[in-house]
Design a protein around this ligand. Structure first.
Ligand SMILES: CC(=O)N[C@H]1[C@@H](OP(=O)(O)OP(=O)(O)OC[C@H]2O[C@@H](n3ccc(=O)[nH]c3=O)[C@H](O)[C@@H]2O)O[C@H](CO)[C@@H](O)[C@@H]1O
Ligand SMILES: C=C(OP(=O)(O)O)C(=O)O
Length: 420
């Protein structure tokens, strides 16, 4: 197991290339199950979750290969030979549930392990299952597996989601794209990654209206065909590096960063004293003056993303004044708080809210990563802290951030990956 050694106190200067979005790449790879023709995805991030999804697609029978080219590209294609997604793979990554809709729609049956909870919350999949039932699937839960059948195929329906779930919207979109008739998804999630999935499905021959709105209309087609699709830049990676510039001071261009995808993040960064300027092909981040405390509440897109909450908490821990951060999406997403407090932060949690009293400086310490975004919040704290931080359990980080040491090191940070 690797660790990061970080020596803090150096402002970042330079350029960081933002990779393709993890949360777009995973459903896009699952969309490869909707056709036997070749789906080529470009701008794929080099992260562990992509390798896990490739492993899952391969065990379904698809061929997944590096397609070559300048950016990392994947070529996905072939016939589905197994309709089962086994516990051994699904338990590594919750997004594995995204194969359920495509395999069921394509084969008339699917057996997918229930993903279970994870560190940040219980994360049920009831909305995925109810939506598929509305499309005519018969679903049983047995021995920890979702057993779904639709021997006569799926049929379009009107589905009203009680909560705008990202994953449920994606699963239903993919299944409905080859169901017979019209499906309407009301209160659909509006995250940019959904728009990216719609764009790819349309390039594969799907008929979908309403991308970017909370109402998606899908007219099912008999079959989809191959396509080539570039994955959109990762808005969470972009926001995370913006926080790195904010917490250390300095001046960095985030190549590929798009402010239009960041939703409320830009406004909150600016309120906290971080300058954000959209330039051609890059998001320019600077901080000249001090950081100010702000109140933040997580919400579905275009609200402030839960996937940026931990990183902002690190930034606010050294801002002047008090801040309140309220987490409304996941019930257990404050695990970074005790670790940040070990580095000198003053944060109290009361239910779904955390009160942060800004301190003048943090100090390096041995700390432990608990989940993906919490890991990066500790890196951010370490970059600003006096002295050395040793961050262990960075396999959480490797799930979703590529080349962290190279990207930060290239801007002057002292960060080294060492084997434990
Ligand atoms: C791979 C991927 O894209 N992951 C993202 C996706 O996760 P994911 O798709 O799992 O998130 P959802 O939007 O589905 O979940 C949001 C909330 O709805 C609840 N819920 C969801 C589905 C369901 O059937 N029943 C239910 O109760 C969840 O427990 C959670 O409290 O969106 C989250 C919210 O923006 C992000 O934090 C994740 O990074
Ligand atoms: C929670 C996250 O991912 P996942 O849904 O894949 O667990 C995340 O990206 O912060």
């Amino acid at each position: 197991m690797d660790r990061f050694l970080i020596r803090g106190g150096r402002p970042l200067h330079g350029t960081i290339r933002i990779g393709g979005a993890k949360n777009a790449a995973l459903p896009l790879m699952a969309a490869g199950l909707l056709t036997s023709e070749r789906l080529v995805l470009t701008n794929v991030p080099r992260i562990a979750d992509i390798a896990t999804m490739a492993e899952l697609l391969r065990q379904h029978g698809l061929a997944v290969a590096d397609a070559g080219g300048d950016s990392f590209s994947l070529s996905i294609g072939g016939e589905i030979t197994s309709t089962e997604a086994p516990y051994e793979i699904v338990s590594k990554m919750r997004a594995s549930i995204l194969v359920l809709g495509p395999v069921l729609a394509r084969c008339g049956e699917a057996r997918v392990s229930l993903p279970g909870g994870c560190a940040i919350g219980t994360r049920p999949v009831d909305l995925h299952l109810k939506g598929l039932e509305a499309l005519g699937a018969e679903i049983r839960l047995e021995a920890g597996y979702v057993d779904a059948r639709a021997p006569n195929g799926l049929t379009g329906a009107r589905i009203v989601l009680p909560f705008a779930s990202v994953g449920a919207t994606e699963n239903l979109l993919m299944a409905a794209s080859i169901a017979s008739g019209r499906t309407e998804i009301v209160n659909a999630a509006r995250e940019p990654e959904i728009g990216d999935l719609v764009a790819c499905l349309v390039a594969m021959g799907a008929r979908i209206e309403g991308a970017g709105t909370d109402r998606l209309t899908i007219d099912g087609v008999r079959q989809l065909h191959g396509a080539t699709h570039p994955i959109l830049p990762d808005r969470i990676e972009c926001g995370t590096y913006a926080c790195a510039v904010g917490i250390t001071g300095g001046d960095v261009r985030l190549q590929g960063g798009q402010s239009e995808h960041l939703g409320a993040v830009v406004r909150v960064l600016e309120e906290a004293g971080v300058e954000v300027t959209q330039e051609a092909g890059a998001l320019h981040i600077r901080r000249g003056g001090g950081l100010r405390g702000v109140d933040v509440m997580t919400e579905p897109y275009p609200g402030f993303p839960t996937d940026m909450q931990a990183q902002f908490m690190a930034l606010l821990s050294v801002a002047e004044g008090a801040s309140m951060v309220t987490e409304t999406i996941f019930e257990n997403r404050f695990m970074h708080v005790p670790e940040l407090n070990r580095m000198g932060a003053r944060i109290n949690v009361h239910g779904a809210s955390a009160i942060i009293r800004g301190v003048p400086s943090l100090s390096g310490a041995p700390v432990m990563a608990t989940d993906l975004r919490a890991s990066f919040s500790l890196i951010l704290a370490a970059l600003a802290a006096k002295g050395e931080t040793v961050l262990s359990r960075i396999y959480h980080l490797d799930r979703g951030y590529e080349a962290v040491d190279r990207k930060l090191g290239g801007c002057g940070a002292l960060i080294e990956r060492v084997a434990e």
